[in-house]
Design a protein around this ligand. Structure first.
Ligand code: NDP
Ligand code: KPL
Length: 312
């Protein structure tokens, strides 16, 4: 791969931000959109960012994957609740021997993608990003932005650092995004869930921002207990998360700007919640390995109730 052509499947808070950064750095980027298509096709993208605002008055916008060119790297940036569309959306866009880069939250998504594409490399990216879409084609990047990249191999066996990972990392680094390469995608995904399961889940159930969850001793305790259960889930699948990592996530959140999690934003906007990818898949993976995670299970049942009531 020389100059890589990128596709962004889902130009929202995350896909819009990283895609715009890549285009700004000179890469050839193609954006798939749904409701914002007309607006972005006419006016491009606006990025408000803590690292500097910029606009892209002209972008390659599409409302139909069949009209997109075949790309070397296809970034999956839909909400996972829309992943049932991927068999239709990926096939026309991905080059033979290309890369599908999954930047979504959750567990086992690479496994699902491996069942729908052939002759491609799948890479998972864990995004430590706080970004929101605040208007049509208008993204507000509030905090952080670094990505941990790791290649998927069958059943999440540790895959090592590959050339493909390095090439994609270079593109992102040239675009000003901090990248860390890691060898064990399953461990990296469980580590990200140490944050997502407690904060995304509790923010909806308790109607609270991250700072509120951390300021109250009862909810802080709940957060910590859930984090330890995620570590137990990881352990059941052979991955060890050290107590010091849990402490790091707690400290990181205390220092973070008060944050309404993405699951809370979805709930408030009456959009479907990413409960299955983030919590359901984690419970099922642990359960298959013989571990029951009671507090996470309790959170899951509450979220399923709230999600289904919210959709009516
Ligand atoms: N935002 C963040 O800071 C972070 C997000 N993540 C993860 O990234 C993923 C994406 O989240 P986020 O960017 O926040 O979500 P958004 O809802 O902001 O973005 C998803 C985008 O996909 C578009 N979309 C949906 N269906 C289609 C379709 N059929 N064709 C084309 N586009 C479509 C949506 O368009 P429309 O609005 O028209 O439906 C929307 O713009 C999630 O898994 C999330 O958990 C991870 C870390 C941080
Ligand atoms: C932890 C956080 C908020 C930013 O680092 C994030 O990545 C997420 O919302 O999934």
């Amino acid at each position: 791969m020389g100059d890589r052509k990128y596709a962004i499947i889902g130009t929202g808070a995350l896909g819009g931000f990283y895609g715009a950064k890549l285009q700004q750095a000179g890469l050839d980027v193609h954006f798939l959109l749904k409701s914002d298509y007309e607006h972005v096709n006419q006016h491009g993208l606006i990025i408000e960012s803590k690292d500097g605002d910029f606009t892209l008055p002209q972008v390659n916008a599409y409302n139909d994957a069949d009209k997109m060119p075949q790309c070397d790297v296809v970034i999956v940036a839909l909400k996972t609740t829309q992943n049932y569309l991927l068999p239709k959306l990926l096939a026309p866009v991905i080059k033979n021997n290309g890369v599908v880069l999954v930047l979504q939250n959750g567990l086992d998504i690479e496994l699902e993608i491996a069942q729908i594409v052939n002759n491609v490399t799948i890479i998972g990216g864990l995004c430590f990003l706080c970004s929101n879409k605040v208007g049509q084609g208008h993204i507000r990047h509030v905090d952080y932005g670094q990505i941990v990249l790791c290649e998927y191999s069958h059943n999440y066996e540790a895959a090592g650092i590959t050339n493909r990972m390095q090439q994609i990392a270079n593109d992102f680094q040239n675009a000003g995004i901090t990248i860390e390469l890691t060898e064990d995608l399953l461990l990296a995904r469980w580590q990200k869930l140490v944050w997502n399961i407690p904060y995304n889940g509790l923010s909806v159930v308790l109607n609270a921002r991250t700072d509120e969850l951390m300021a109250d001793s009862y909810t802080r305790q709940l957060v910590e207990q859930l984090m330890y259960e995620v570590a137990a889930g990881a352990k059941s699948t052979g991955r060890i998360i050290a107590d010091s990592f849990i402490q790091k996530m707690l400290d990181y959140t205390v220092k973070m700007k008060p944050y309404r999690t993405s699951m809370k934003i979805d709930y408030d906007e009456q959009r479907p919640l990413e409960v299955e990818a983030i919590i359901g898949n984690s419970l099922r993976k642990a359960q298959a390995a013989g571990a029951f995670l009671p507090q996470i299970n309790c959170l899951y049942n509450q979220l399923k109730f709230l999600d289904s009531r919210n959709q009516r």
